[in-house]
Design a protein around this ligand. Structure first.
Ligand code: FAD
Length: 323
């Protein structure tokens, strides 16, 4: 591994998945989850409402992670289309399913909505959803009882004060609809004040974009960790699609490499190599960890972590232990 790609050992990392769109995709996703969970991520997050996925399909994947792996599931939730009552019920339903980590998002208008449509419902921003999640958790905790340790048998009720983790989104190059990056820093501050415990960034391809944003956010008073979101672009078609969806600046060197070789394996290697050097640059610049967009595939993100020296050592088996 080149010296400049070495990352601090023990650096936390996490993954993002989206709910499967067919039964066949569900089976493949379960295999992907198993492979991702084996490397002990900090959490695995599951998108919500994006590309037509439903509340139920997100919850099914979160439950699968919770019940079949040791990984910690983190649920994306959006403000789209919910009244206060429905949003309350939604958060309660996820908490009841054992989910205690969330990414609170404003959400995007559904396909076909036009400018000015009131697609959001009662909650107008991610910051309001952050507050609602904390409120629901606090109300719920009032009723949580723990067994009495009183030897005389006189029971008493104790409320569980376990806090939920609530992440929020951040946009190093500005949200496509915001006036300028300053507005995004103000929004991030508002989400911190509302109770966000960390932020995850939109993907980006230039380390300086993240580092500048993180430094400006700190100067403006943001103290929560800002996790950089990285997606290895392992084919020219995928890179084009990502740029279309996000409006991010084209990584010119990577784009050239991807276009110069038709072989899928060479393109894969180029995408992984680019992501490894991006990961090491942001970590050297002070990023608190890495959040990897998996595209529901484990190979590319695990290759990035391997190349960056971040995969945990496999468990040592005792002699005679059967595999
Ligand atoms: P806010 O924090 O409320 O706003 C963020 C910034 O965008 C502010 O500067 C705000 O002023 C500006 N802004 C937002 N919308 C508008 C608008 N319409 N007009 C003017 N300014 C605007 N979406 C999903 O539906 N499901 C997901 O699972 C999902 N996961 C995501 C995960 C990550 C890590 C990120 C970065 C984004 C994700 N999104 C997801 C997309 C997200 O919902 C949209 O980008 C949404 O438009 C903004 O959400 P927010 O929570 O950042 O909004």
């Amino acid at each position: 591994m080149p010296e400049e790609s070495r990352c601090p050992p023990g650096t936390p990392f996490s993954f993002e998945l989206f709910p499967p769109r067919s039964e066949a995709a569900e089976q493949t996703l379960h295999e992907t989850i198993t492979r991702l969970a084996e490397v002990r991520p900090d959490f695995i997050s599951v998108t919500y409402g994006a590309s037509g996925s439903s509340r139920q399909s997100s919850l099914d994947v979160l439950r699968y992670i919770n019940e079949n792996t040791t990984a910690h599931p983190l649920a994306h939730l959006t403000c789209v289309g919910s009244s206060h009552f429905e949003a309350n019920r939604l958060v309660r339903e996820f908490l009841d399913a054992g989910i205690t980590s969330f990414l609170a998002l404003r959400g995007d208008p559904p396909k076909g909505a036009v400018e000015g449509d009131h697609f959001l419902g009662d909650l107008g921003s991610a910051a309001e959803l952050v507050q609602l999640i904390h409120r629901v958790q606090t109300e719920r905790a009032q009723y949580a009882t723990l067994p009495s340790r009183n030897a005389a048998g006189g029971g008493h009720i104790r409320s569980s004060r376990d806090k939920v983790r609530v992440a929020v989104a951040a946009f190093p190059n500005g949200h496509p609809r915001s006036k300028d990056v300053l507005q995004d820093i103000d929004t991030l501050l508002a989400k911190q004040v509302a109770g966000a415990t960390f932020a995850i960034t939109q993907l980006f391809f230039h380390a300086e974009d993240y580092l500048r944003f993180a430094s400006n956010a700190r100067a403006a008073g943001v103290t929560i960790p800002i996790l950089p979101g990285l997606m290895p672009a392992t084919s020219s078609a995928r890179l084009r699609r990502i740029l279309e969806l996000t409006d991010e600046r084209t990584p010119v060197d990577l784009a050239r490499k991807l276009e110069s070789d038709d072989s899928p394996e060479a393109q894969f290697e180029a995408g992984v190599e680019h992501a490894i050097s991006l990961a090491s640059e942001v970590l050297r610049g002070g990023a608190p960890g890495l959040h990897l967009y998996t595209f529901n595939q484990h190979r590319a993100v695990l290759s990035v972590l391997d190349g960056a020296g971040l995969l945990p050592a496999p468990p040592i088996r005792k002699e005679n232990e059967r595999v």
